[in-house]
Design a protein. Structure first.
Ligand SMILES: [Ca+2]
Length: 401
């Protein structure tokens, strides 16, 4: 099928703009929050300018301790028009992530939000879960009643496709679990990528993994899906371990949540308290990282993070490294040039090179791309205090009237 021309232009513009930002080569340009993450100034129907949305989003999730808090944060954020929540297998199997998502919707009093069941398994691999970190029930052992709310009949990938097609160019996807549902939606419809406004995801790392030394958990679970997403051309904001491991939930945070008398803060406190205790039992020196809510926060307020543009690709064939995210940049690591040469360096077509071909292959060149074009803004640093002000502030505030 032919893609719609105007949507193609949008994608080409992104690439052109990204290339221009690289060509500009300034530190400021490198750390400008991503356009798709920064809720841009828009016109509302009355013609009033508004910086606060609401912006259409779909949250794809595998609750998950930090997913639960991320969902509660999102449902307490007036900037978001949550079109749906799409649970996926990840931290725990789908038969737990689905009811856990429904529980959060009920706790937040937001049963108006459709919840669509997603993939039970990664695209081509057996499911590896993280029950070791999230407890057998996925919520760190915090127990909540069985949800009464039911998921909609439509499967997640079809639901994502339908919503994106309904509002072309408007929907931002916020995946905070393995990328199976998103990749499946993109596989269903070759035009879909051109209609997605952006993806702000929790996943990956340019500084070592958490489930293996190479891979972050979400990407490790379904590297093939992650590769489809990173190569889709959709503008991506990657909030990975480089930033999320600098966020740590503390006793003080939990006490603030406990003191607030509303169902959301009480539930968040219960989950947070269990997570801290679980962490302590495992002997960790720092409190639980709030990986997923940082991705939601990155969409709400990109100034919380510092970003740099990379071409990110995903290792899918390693014996030890599958799910590793590789960040290519002519402005990072040993490839850095003198400032006066930076512009040239980007233009100089730094090639994107893979592993050397083996004798058994007929592949003549391991060059994957002949020049540097970024596909992701990667969060490299975070103002943790500012992030927790947002997270704990919104979770402990009374419900909006
Ligand atoms: Ca998650």
């Amino acid at each position: 099928m032919e893609s719609k021309p105007h949507l193609r232009v949008t994608r080409r513009q992104f690439v052109t703009n990204s290339a221009a930002a690289v060509a500009a080569g300034t530190l400021a340009a490198a750390f400008t929050p991503s356009a798709q993450a920064a809720p841009a100034t828009e016109q509302d129907p009355e013609g009033q300018r508004t910086d606060r949305g609401p912006f259409r989003v779909i949250i794809d999730t595998d609750p998950g301790v930090d997913d639960a808090l991320a969902l509660l944060l999102a449902m307490r954020s007036p900037e978001l028009k949550i079109e749906g929540i799409t649970p996926v297998a990840g931290n725990v199997p789908l038969d737990l992530t689905l009811p856990n998502a429904l529980r959060m919707v009920e706790i937040a009093g937001r049963t108006d939000i459709p919840v669509a069941a997603g993939a039970k398994m990664p695209l081509v691999r057996r499911l590896v879960t993280a029950a070791y970190a999230h407890g057998e029930n996925g919520l760190g052992g915090a127990v909540f009643p069985e949800p009464k709310t039911k998921p909609i009949a439509q499967p997640a990938a079809e639901f994502i496709r339908a919503i994106v097609r309904k509002y072309p160019g408007e929907v931002t996807l916020i995946p905070i679990g393995p990328l199976t549902n998103i990749a499946t939606a993109l596989n269903l419809d070759s035009e879909l990528a051109g209609m997605v406004r952006g993806i702000v995801l929790m996943g990956g790392s340019l500084s070592g993994g958490n489930i293996t030394p190479a891979a972050e958990f979400n990407i490790y679970v379904d590297p093939e899906a992650a590769r489809i997403v990173f190569q889709s051309g959709i503008p991506i904001t990657m909030v990975g371990l480089d930033a999320t491991r600098k966020t740590s939930l503390t006793e003080d945070h939990v006490r603030t949540l406990e003191a607030a008398q509303n169902p959301v803060s009480q539930a968040a406190a219960k989950i947070g308290r269990n997570a801290i205790n679980h962490n302590r039992e495992l002997g960790f020196l720092v409190g639980p990282n709030m990986h997923d809510s940082l991705a939601v926060a990155a969409f709400l307020d990109p100034s919380i993070l510092k970003f740099k543009e990379y071409y990110v690709d995903v290792e899918t064939t390693g014996e030890l490294t599958s799910g590793e995210t590789l960040g290519y940049s002519p402005r990072a690591g040993d490839l850095r040039r003198k400032p006066e040469m930076e512009k040239q360096a980007a233009a100089m077509n730094m090639s994107i090179r893979g592993s050397a071909p083996t004798l058994a292959t007929t592949r003549t060149s391991p060059v994957l791309r002949d020049k540097f074009v970024p596909n992701a803004k990667v969060a490299l640093d975070v103002d943790s205090a500012k992030f927790f002000n947002l997270l704990i502030g919104r979770l402990s505030a009374s419900a909006p009237a």
